[in-house]
Design a protein around this ligand. Structure first.
Ligand code: DC
Length: 207
């Protein structure tokens, strides 16, 4: 079984994905980490993440070690990820790795923006996890402060809005809820409640 989880930044999709993977003993791929790794590579080269040629080269020659670098979690790397993700050749370079990961038995959980629509359109279970942008900004602020980054709510909110618009508005594989995906709104749910709903859907199709 392939479980495809999509949704905007700080919606809780990563937590839901991790917990589903642990429950079913499936491997989990956080596909955002791939785009973050490409974005961080470009930044470290002193280049602009909006530079399509630089982003493509970084994606094609991606060093897998950088995926484990904690710096990919920074706000800067997230913004750079969203920029390199616009480039079709970048998405193309990361496609086979994601599909191969998903195809291995006994199954897998993948989370991102285009898993249910582009990477694994045949996934048995699809969930689109979302939450209000204000709630997502609260969560992201807490996460950034917890990591010792300097952050203020207004800036985090503006960054998320900008990122949502870029991820949903791009031409190639935009973030969108698949027609057959279950919409899980976590605005008023804690992690346990969100997981319980996701599990009920995956197990018996409860919506
Ligand atoms: O999920 P995240 O915040 O780590 O993702 C970072 C960026 O990567 C996101 O803003 C857009 C891009 N991304 C994408 O385009 N497609 C994916 N499947 C996952 C992430």
């Amino acid at each position: 079984m392939i479980i495809a989880i999509d949704g905007p930044a700080a919606s809780g999709k990563g937590t839901v994905a991790k917990r589903l993977a642990a429950h079913f003993a499936y491997p989990h791929l956080d596909t955002g980490a791939l785009y973050r790794a490409v974005g961080l590579t470009v930044l470290r080269q002193g280049l602009d993440p909006n530079d399509a040629a630089a982003a493509t080269e970084a994606a094609r020659g991606l060093d897998p070690a950088i995926i484990d670098d904690p710096e990919i979690r920074s706000g800067e790397a997230g913004a750079a990820a969203s920029k390199v993700a616009i480039v079709g050749a970048v998405r193309e370079a990361l496609l086979a790795f994601q599909r191969d990961f998903a195809a291995r038995p006994p199954g897998a959980v993948l989370d991102g923006r285009d898993i249910a629509t582009v990477i694994c359109p045949g996934a048995e279970r699809k969930i689109f996890v979302t939450a209000s942008v204000e709630e997502r900004a609260n969560r992201r602020l807490k996460e950034l402060l917890g990591r010792g980054e300097a952050a203020i709510y207004a800036r985090v909110l503006a960054d998320l809005r900008e990122r949502d618009a870029r991820d949903a508005g791009r031409e190639d594989a935009p973030m969108i809820q698949a027609a057959d995906a279950y919409l899980l709104d976590t605005t008023t749910l804690d992690a346990d409640q969100a997981f319980a709903k996701a599990l009920a859907f995956v197990t018996d199709g409860t919506r």
